[in-house]
Design a protein around this ligand. Structure first.
Ligand code: AVJ
Length: 319
């Protein structure tokens, strides 16, 4: 079984951010709270939905180009998979790349560890490790680790969960990690969902089976556990809207009627008509991605698009 290093902070600081968000107007919850055991499984289910095109398009790109991508990347690299999930996105790459190390970073580390256990034997040249942490707050590993020839793998358009400003500082942080590696540079493979017809965007976040609705509402069950809240999950409904001005999909949970919710040391009323903002998923243009990477200190080396030009994978190098 791959080693799991747990850097999650079960401390007051992260809870305080959560509580501040719940008291804000509109109330909001960091997207990491989607991913308990069930939430991670529901997300995997989402990636199988016909409406959820980002996974399909990205998969198409990797299926076609993973071999060429692997040829462009250094030998004996450390592949750092940000938000590894079940490791399936890295699979296509691992197959051709044979990195010396595969470092799978995920907030639901145990789920990732279990998935990797199942595929570990297929990649005998690669040492696998799991880092359980919320990397959105920054990525730090133990001082004595030498991250040789780092290749940061950030697929799935997870970058979209950040605001453009946060995305830039996150990428800057990755660029710094590249520069501070023993080789003084590193690489990035980034997958980004692009702006497209609104109905297609919305359908991806409001599917016919209601899996995304379940994924969204499950966040309240998770909160009930972590802060001892009493959200009546039944009485919140899922809403997905495209905010054109901000170029992002927003997921909301709206109470069917005013609802008083209590938690340890607090509580508040969630008013009918005042939703809880649970996720923002920013959509970029190809030009927007180029500008973002350049502003973070990366030089774009290659770009790959799917046939419908709805999804972009970029290979960049720290400048
Ligand atoms: C994993 C953050 C990229 O924003 O598309 C999928 C999460 N939320 N359906 C996304 C998600 C609802 C996903 N990311």
């Amino acid at each position: 079984m791959p080693r799991l290093i747990d850097l999650r902070r079960h401390d007051a600081v992260s809870h305080q951010t959560l509580l501040d968000g719940l008291y804000a107007s509109p109330p909001q919850v960091p997207a990491r709270y989607f991913y308990d055991e069930l939430g991670s499984a529901l997300f995997t289910a989402i990636t199988h939905l016909p409406e959820y095109y980002p996974s399909q398009l990205e998969h198409e790109i990797f299926r076609r180009h993973a071999r060429a991508m692997a040829d462009l990347l250094p030998r004996k690299a450390t592949l750092v998979d940000l938000g590894a999930g079940d490791g399936s996105k890295a699979g296509a790459l691992l197959r051709w790349m044979h990195p010396a190390k595969y470092l799978a970073v995920d907030i639901a580390g145990e789920c990732t560890q279990r998935s990797l256990q199942a595929i570990e034997a297929d990649y005998p040249e690669t040492e696998m490790m799991v880092l359980a942490c919320d990397f959105s707050a920054g990525l730090a590993w133990p001082q004595h680790w030498r991250c040789e020839r780092p290749v940061f793998f950030f697929p799935g358009s997870s970058i979209g969960n950040f605001s453009p400003r946060q995305a830039r500082s996150f990428l800057r942080m990755l660029c710094q990690l590249c520069r501070s590696s023993p080789q003084g540079q590193g690489e990035l493979l980034l997958g980004v969902d692009l702006v497209k017809e609104h109905h297609r965007l919305r359908a991806a976040y409001d599917d016919a089976l209601g899996v995304t609705a379940a994924f969204n509402r499950n966040l309240l069950r998770h909160l009930n556990r972590v802060i001892g809240a009493d959200f009546d999950v039944d009485r919140f409904h899922h809403l997905a809207v495209f905010n054109q001005e901000a170029s992002r999909i927003e997921m909301w949970l709206h109470p069917d009627a005013d609802q008083q919710v209590r938690w340890q040391q607090g509580g508040r009323v969630f008013h009918e008509g005042e939703g809880l903002l649970t996720e923002c998923s920013h959509k970029y243009t190809t030009e927007g991605v180029r500008l973002l990477l350049a502003s973070a200190g990366f030089d774009v080396q290659h770009e790959w698009l799917d046939d419908s030009r709805g999804y972009l994978v970029c290979h960049a190098r720290s400048a």
